[in-house]
Design a protein around this ligand. Structure first.
Ligand code: 9UX
Length: 72
């Protein structure tokens, strides 16, 4: 099955950051959909929990130099 996770992202200061974070997320195994908004610093990811965990998703964002935490 697929779950939807919402998270805050810190450190995005321009529109290219959004593309960068979305690209990172979409390249992860198990991530089906990723949308990130600069104005609200919010992101939404559709993922398969058998392939990837919330912690893995957060770590991937943080490895790229941003901060991330899941809201739920
Ligand atoms: Mo913009 Mo973001 O010049 O990592 S791409 S600040």
């Amino acid at each position: 099955g697929t779950l939807v996770g919402h998270f805050t992202i810190g450190g995005m200061t321009c529109a290219a950051c959004v593309n960068s974070v979305e690209g990172i997320l979409r390249a992860l195994p198990g991530v089906k959909k990723a949308v990130v908004a600069l104005a609200t610093s919010l992101g939404e990811v559709e993922y398969d929990p058998t392939d990837i965990s919330k912690e893995d998703i957060v770590n991937a964002i943080e490895d790229a130099g941003f901060e991330a935490s899941f809201i739920q």
